[in-house]
Design a protein around this ligand. Structure first.
Ligand code: AMP
Ligand code: MG
Length: 307
């Protein structure tokens, strides 16, 4: 045990809690998930109520291998190629579901989202539970995703049975979601695996389509800190606006890292830090729409959208 008693590094303890119908904070290389066994309706219901997440927002099922994923979804040749190339890793594949997959996971859809995460402790956990595990981000619905065990503790506290501490998340931004049904390949949510990574494997450019009918839950204002997020085109613009606000007594924070990988990794903890410091405005510089910069722009745009 490290820190408060409900945070643990013991994978076998975490597996035991999951197999007994509990819900846990689970590390991945993207963000921390709120995990439950996918076939356990009661536990999955607790995930929805704990997060305050609408029931029609389907969940991603996490498994230990591509082979296991094939029991849950119907894989085309392209889906197999993508799974082989990027799993374990920050890629979620949306495929047709098999009979194994219950409606409470998919929001009654006939498709299922599957992923093999690239995190040693979590892969070991998935091998030990030996079944699919749902794991939406371990935060209240619409809020900033957690990238450390302490973020999970501060958001969900006593509502989770245990938090498996696997350090801070390597990528810091949710997985790329790719719909891979028949010959259609579409990116439904940008992430660390980019369109050009997918092109390199398939020799085809995927379309980008994040409309709500394809991927419910993506259009709402998500990822929002309490502070207002104002998007800026350049660091100079952010600096100027920030200086002007500070002169009027408004507490601000600037969000910008030159290295896009570092920007992604620190994005959510920086947004959380702004709230902890009671900042009123975050001036966030949009990175170039290139590589993981596409995903950062997507999350910042949503963070800036106050519904
Ligand atoms: P997350 O909240 O990061 O766990 O990602 C879940 C998102 O994946 C959902 O909000 C949907 O946009 C998408 N998703 C998961 N399962 C499906 C599905 N069966 N059909 C369409 N989109 C899905
Ligand atoms: Mg989320």
């Amino acid at each position: 045990m490290t820190g408060p008693p409900r945070i643990t590094e013991s994978v076998s303890r975490a597996a035991e809690v999951l197999l007994n119908g509990g819900i846990i904070g689970m590390p991945t290389e993207t963000v921390y998930g709120l995990a439950a066994c996918a076939l356990d309706e009661r536990a999955v219901n607790r995930v929805f109520t704990t997060k305050g997440r609408p029931k029609n927002h389907p969940l991603i099922v996490h498994l230990a291998s591509l082979e296991q994923c094939m029991d849950w979804g119907v894989f085309s040749t392209s889906a197999i190629a993508l799974g082989n190339a990027f799993w374990p890793g920050p890629l979620t594949l949306l495929v047709e579901r098999t009979e194994l997959v219950p409606n409470w996971v998919t929001g009654n859809r006939d498709t299922v989202a599957l992923r093999v995460p690239q995190h040693e402790a979590t892969l070991e956990l998935l091998r030990q539970v030996n079944t699919g595990v749902v794991a939406p981000s371990a935060n209240k619905f619409g809020r900033v995703s957690p990238t450390t065990a302490l973020h999970v503790l501060s958001d969900l506290g006593d509502d989770v049975d245990l938090i498996l501490d696997g350090g801070s998340c390597e990528f810091g931004i949710e997985s790329t979601i790719v719909e891979c049904i028949g010959s259609e390949i579409r990116i439904l949510r940008p992430g660390a695996i980019t369109a050009s990574d997918i092109f390199d494997v398939l020799g085809d450019s995927p379309a980008l389509d994040s409309t709500d009918s394809r991927a419910p839950g993506m259009l709402a204002s998500h990822y929002s800190p309490v502070a207002r997020v104002v998007l800026c085109e350049t660091p100079e613009q952010a600096e100027n606006l920030s200086a002007q606000s500070e002169m009027q007594g408004v507490k601000t924070r600037m969000l910008w890292h030159e290295d896009a990988g570092e920007y992604a990794e620190r994005l959510y903890s920086d947004l959380r830090a702004a709230d902890e410091e009671s900042c009123e405005i975050v001036f966030a510089v949009l990175p170039e729409a290139d590589g993981i910069g596409v995903a950062i722009r997507d999350r910042l745009t949503k963070a800036a959208h106050h519904a």
